[in-house]
Design a protein around this ligand. Structure first.
Ligand code: C5P
Length: 465
């Protein structure tokens, strides 16, 4: 086969929320000199579009077995054999079951059965599905047949549960591909026979192209702490993929995180906002070519590449920083600004005295979003957030009118301590606009950011027409 730098990957994208990570995997393979041809299953097409994959891979995307033009130009048998390695990512429980049973009822499963090349499967599914005996039996069967099945990661899942089943991060998958290919440095390749006497359909799954040993889970874990983590660090902006620079020439102003309102020199009023969603939006806007100013409350997050960051503590500091950053074409107010501050901050630490706790007198903070909505310097597109625990959409609609925002992104933050959207990695939002309400499924905050930036670019495009 080609050297690692020229590796040809046939990437089969199954129908799971983790499908979006295959976009990053394509970028990594290509960045390392490889090429990718994508096969998208019907399920996968609900999560990523053929157009995105074609743009990222710069190759046609194959979706159906019944495309006659394809049959002339690129039949499924040829497709299955042109690559050095077939990678199934994400591999759903259903896909693993079909692979293990030798079912061929669509393009992806047919070519997996027809291929004479090594196959790597990267599972991603709910923790209970992953630990189900049927799935584990299928994985064992596939491994026995020589399919490289990576172990999923453990962590919080898109469905809200926690455990093993997350798709490994794309740099770790790339490492697995690289360590598989690294074993082909002139070493004799040897046909591996199925063990355990599996015959019939399973025999069709046996990779016949050499490079049999799956990377050991320990190796992957070690790599995740090392090279892969470093790659992820270097490449943070690369999570976001846009076709060109749809926000080039635009100034995007983002607020993010909580504010801290001091009570005395050591105490403050705050909230649980982590700033993750706002930071992800700033990163996505920068990746889309915008000049981005991020006014950040006190959070421990790295500044996304290409973003100008202004750190603030209080709502009044945030309001001033926003004012000074104008004009902006688009403002996205994702910060969880404290509604109240103490009327007077005590100069020195308040002491416990007698039985009576001190009374905190509160004053209202400026409403940055509403002020912007009413100002002469109002950005052309003004977007607010609404973190609600009850009547989420109704309250967001009222907020849109009251604060004169164009769009409100409403989210339900009622999950309770530790389970809330606030601080979590995922978000389920409702986009409230003049036209109506869109309910978006739960997805990682980076994905929300990317989709939001795509929507913004589209809105500006339509406005410019
Ligand atoms: O009124 P509420 O805090 O729910 O409104 C949320 C929206 O208003 C968010 O976009 C938030 O950033 C913004 N906001 C603001 N200034 C405040 C309070 C909220 O800009 N003082």
């Amino acid at each position: 086969m080609a050297a690692l730098s020229g590796i040809k990957v046939l990437l089969v994208i199954g129908g799971g929320i983790a499908a979006y990570k295959s976009c990053e995997l394509i970028r990594l393979i290509r960045k390392n000199g490889g090429s990718v041809t994508c096969v998208l299953t019907e399920g996968g097409s609900h999560f990523v579009t053929p157009m995105t994959l074609a743009a990222l891979s710069e190759n046609p995307v194959h979706t159906t077995l019944w495309d006659l033009r394809n049959e002339v130009e690129m039949g499924h048998i040829q497709l299955s054999r042109e690559a050095d390695l077939v990678v199934v990512c994400p591999a759903t429980a259903n896909m693993l079951a079909k692979m293990a049973a030798g079912i061929a009822d669509d393009l992806a499963t047919t070519l997996l059965l027809a291929t004479d090349k090594p196959v790597m499967a990267v599972p991603a599914m709910n923790v209970r599905m992953w630990s189900h005996a049927a799935v584990q039996a299928n994985v064992a069967r596939l491994r026995e047949a020589g399919v490289i099945v990576l172990d999923p990661d453990e962590g919080p899942m898109a469905c809200g549960e926690y455990g093993a089943g997350r798709l490994p991060e794309p740099p770790a998958i790339w490492n697995a591909i690289a360590s598989w290919a690294g074993q082909d440095t002139g070493a004799e390749t040897r046909e591996r026979e199925p063990q355990g006497g599996l015959g019939g359909p399973i025999a069709s799954l046996i990779p016949r192209g050499g490079r049999k040993a799956a990377p050991q889970p320990e190796t992957l874990l070690a790599q995740k702490g090392g090279a892969a983590a470093a790659a992820a660090e270097e490449d943070r902006g690369a999570l976001y993929h846009f076709d060109g620079a749809p926000l080039a020439g635009r100034h995007v102003l983002v607020t993010a995180g909580p504010t801290h309102e001091p009570i005395d020199p050591v105490r403050y009023i705050a909230n649980r906002s982590s700033g993750k969603q706002g930071f992800a939006i700033a990163a996505a806007a920068a990746a889309a070519g915008a000049r981005v100013t991020l006014v950040a409350g006190p959070v421990e997050l790295a500044t996304p590449p290409g973003v100008t960051r202004i750190d603030v503590q209080t709502a009044r500091d945030m309001a001033a920083a926003v004012r000074e950053s104008l004009p902006a074409d688009i403002a996205i107010m994702a910060a969880a600004v404290a509604d109240w501050r103490t009327r007077d901050m005590a100069e020195s630490k308040m002491k416990k005295r007698g039985d009576a706790p001190p009374a905190l007198e509160l004053a209202e903070n400026p409403d940055i979003l509403a002020t912007l909505g009413a100002s002469d310097a109002r950005p052309g597109l003004l977007i607010g957030f609404a973190a609600e625990t009850d009547d989420v959409v109704e309250n967001a609609q009222a907020k849109r009118a009251r604060k004169k925002a164009d769009w409100i992104i409403a989210n339900d933050v009622s999950g309770g301590v530790g389970r809330s959207v606030m601080g979590g990695a995922h978000n389920t939002i409702h986009l409230v606009t003049e036209e109506g309400v869109e309910d978006w499924p739960q997805m990682p905050k980076e994905e929300v950011a990317m989709r939001l930036v795509e929507r913004i670019a589209l809105a500006l495009e339509n406005d410019d027409d």
